[in-house]
Ligand binder design. Sequence first.
Ligand code: ADE
Length: 266
Amino acid sequence: MHIDILTLFPEMFPGYLNESILKRAQAAGLLHVSLHNLRDYASGKHRVTDEPPYGGGGGMVLKPGPIFAAVESLLLRLRSGQASNLQSQNEKRLEIGDWRLPLILLTPQGRPFTQQVAQELTQHDRLLLLCGRYEGVDERVRQHLVTDEISIGDFVLTGGELAAMVLVDAVARLLPGVLGAEDAAEEDSHATGLLEGPHYTRPETFRNWSVPEVLRSGHAANIARWRREQALRRTWQRRPNLLLTAELSEADRWFLGKLAQEASER
Ligand code: ADE
């Protein structure tokens, strides 16, 4: 997957993207990230990218010109084969001429980012992310350029850069080959519709606290059932609304009934 990030602060990204799993994913050619500085597309001697809002009020608003120029320049380069990784031509979303790519604005007003949205985004082979700043972006960018808007939570950051990194991280680890088999994403919290249960590692006893017996038993079926019940218990305690949409077996429902029974007796 190729991800283009349009931002006023490209220097914020390398520290996070060039470590650990994302670093390996890029080295293996599974993930490509290109950073584009919006300031490079601003005109005039001072390369102004933001202005005060019409109608007054505080803050600054990102001007449409540099954003349109950055996106159009990228699309032109893609079309003429200058931008790297051209297999993404198959995936066309943003329509400028005959080009279509998803252009996602990171904003607190966007649709909530979830594991399901991350999964959905893996279907594209190229994504453009636009990081908002200050009070936001000129509405014409939203109306005539952006194809999707995503929020990473009901709080306001100083800009979309951290949100873009969150999105890149969550999407990249779902790409085939990025995680090894041993830390595969299938059992993650949220991937199964439930929160994950507890994990333990060595030592077997730490400060008198021991690892649950079942995990040391070597009995695969018992371990699987225990983990499932722990996940159900944790979800029931912390995020009961998730149980309304999770896929539950007869045994799961029986166990949840038992939890409810226990709670009513307390
Ligand atoms: N920019 C500022 N706050 C944000 C949020 N919560 N999600 C995405 N982008 C943002």
